[in-house]
Ligand binder design. Structure first.
Ligand code: ZN
Length: 113
């Protein structure tokens, strides 16, 4: 379950930001999770609940936006959405594309108390 390592990293980032702002607790955190990332929503949720215990995020509201994947076709330069790897370009049907969005996990915003 590698989701826990993501959670640990997120907590680390969030706590650093909160400390910078002179706060001791975080009220809300917003995350962008790419649908093409390797994160399983269910496993992430479990890891999250377990990971935030005794952290500054203990009582934080967690908002997760799942970001749809976007790719650019290398042959016809068509930009298209995809929900999994290996999706052909809907315009020309080729598999030669580059993912430009939806692979990452980002901390979008943090609200501190
Ligand atoms: Zn194409």
């Amino acid at each position: 379950m590698h989701e826990l390592s993501f959670v640990v990293r997120i907590i680390d980032i969030a706590e650093k930001e909160a400390r910078k702002a002179g706060s001791k607790s975080i009220s809300k955190i917003e995350l962008d999770i790419g649908k093409l990332s390797t994160i399983e929503p269910l496993a992430f949720d479990m890891a999250w609940k377990c990971g935030i215990k005794y952290s500054m995020l203990q009582d934080a509201e967690c908002v997760i936006n799942y970001i749809t994947g976007t790719a650019i076709c290398m042959d016809c330069e068509n930009k298209f959405e995809l929900s999994e790897y290996g999706t052909p370009c809907p315009n020309c049907g080729c598999y030669h594309s580059q993912i430009i969005e939806g692979k990452d996990l980002l901390v979008k915003s943090i609200s501190v108390n």
